[in-house]
Design a protein around this ligand. Structure first.
Ligand code: 6PG
Length: 245
C-alpha cells in the first residue's frame, strides 16, 4: 500500500509528528511496545525536535518505546556526523526513555563488527525471519539514496541480512544500514521529502522506470505494510501532476 501526503512547508513537521504519535499509540495499545527505526538527515531531525515539546512528550509513554537507527555513519557516537548524536541532541536528552530502550549502533567497533553486533541486537528484539518495525523513518537524498543504501552500492544486492556495512562508492565512505528487505518488513515506512531540490530525483523515482541500482529508494516497498511519502509543497509543486493525483 502506498500513499502520498502533501503538506505546506510550515506544517509538514507537525504532520510527521502526528503520524508518529498515532502509530506509537496504536502499537502500544495493540502490542504494548512501539519499535521505530530512526533516520539521519535534516528533514527527520526536525521531527525529532518537534517530539520534544512537553505537550507532545506527554502523549508518548517512552517506557514502551524502543529506538533503533535505520542507518549510521562509521564514526564515534560523539562525532558531529553521528546520527545517534543528532537524535540525542534533538530528542533523547529531553525525554525519559530507559537506556535499554535505546539501541545505538556500536560504531566504536570496526564497521563489519558493528553490523554483525547490531544485527544480533535486532534479532534479540524481533522474533521471526525479518525485523517487523512498527515504523521505519526514511529521508531521500538527491541521488535517490535512502537510509545508507546508495546508488551502485553492494548492499543493494543483499537478500539475507538485516543490517550491513555498506560502502558508498561516490562518497568513498563506509556506512551502516538496514537492508532493503529489513526495511520492507516494517508495518509502516514513512519517507519525509522536503525542498524543491529533491523534485528532479523524486520525479524519476515516482515515474516508475524501475532501476533501484540507480535509485535505491525504489527498492522500498513494504511486503505487508504501508508506505507513506510525506512531501512538502516546495517539492510536490514541481512534480508532474499525474504523479501525485
Ligand atoms: C543519513 C540519512 C540519509 C538522509 C537523506 C536525506 O544518515 O544521512 O539516513 O538517508 O535521510 O540523505 O537527508 P535530508 O533530509 O537532510 O536531505
Amino acid at each position: 500500500m502506498q500513499e502520498i501526503i502533501i503538506q505546506d512547508s510550515k506544517t509538514i513537521t507537525h504532520k510527521a509528528m502526528s503520524m508518529f504519535l498515532a502509530l506509537a499509540k496504536q502499537a502500544i495499545d495493540k502490542r504494548g511496545v512501539f519499535s521505530v527505526a530512526l533516520s539521519g538527515g535534516s528533514t527527520p531531525e526536525s521531527l525529532y525536535r518537534a517530539l520534544c515539546y512537553d505537550a507532545i512528550q506527554a502523549q508518548i509513554d517512552w517506557q514502551k518505546v524502543h529506538l533503533f537507527w535505520g542507518d549510521e555513519r562509521n564514526v564515534p557516537a560523539s562525532d558531529p556526523d553521528s546520527n545517534y548524536r543528532m537524535v540525542n541532541e534533538a530528542l533523547m536528552k529531553y525525554i525519559a526513555i530507559p537506556a535499554e530502550n535505546v539501541h545505538r549502533v556500536p560504531t566504536e567497533m570496526t564497521v563489519t563488527e558493528a553490523a554483525i553486533a547490531y544485527e544480533k541486537d535486532l534479532r534479540l528484539f524481533f522474533p521471526g525471519d525479518w525485523p517487523r518495525f512498527d515504523l521505519v523513518l526514511l529521508g531521500m537524498g538527491e541521488d535517490g539514496h535512502t537510509a545508507s543504501l546508495f546508488p551502485h552500492s553492494e548492499g543493494l544486492a543483499d537478500e539475507k541480512r538485516w543490517f550491513i556495512a555498506n560502502f558508498a562508492p561516490k562518497r568513498d565512505v563506509w556506512r551502516l544500514t538496514l537492508t532493503k528487505n529489513a526495511i520492507n518488513a516494517a508495518r509502516h515506512v514513512l519517507v519525509l521529502v522536503k525542498g524543491a531540490h529533491k523534485a528532479p530525483m523524486l520525479t524519476k523515482v515516482l515515474r516508475g522506470d524501475f532501476n533501484p541500482i540507480e535509485k535505491p529508494i525504489q527498492s522500498i516497498n513494504p511486503v505487508d505494510g504501508q508506505l507513506t511519502w510525506l512531501l512538502d509543497e516546495d517539492v510536490a509543486s514541481l512534480l508532474p501532476p499525474e504523479l501525485i493525483a
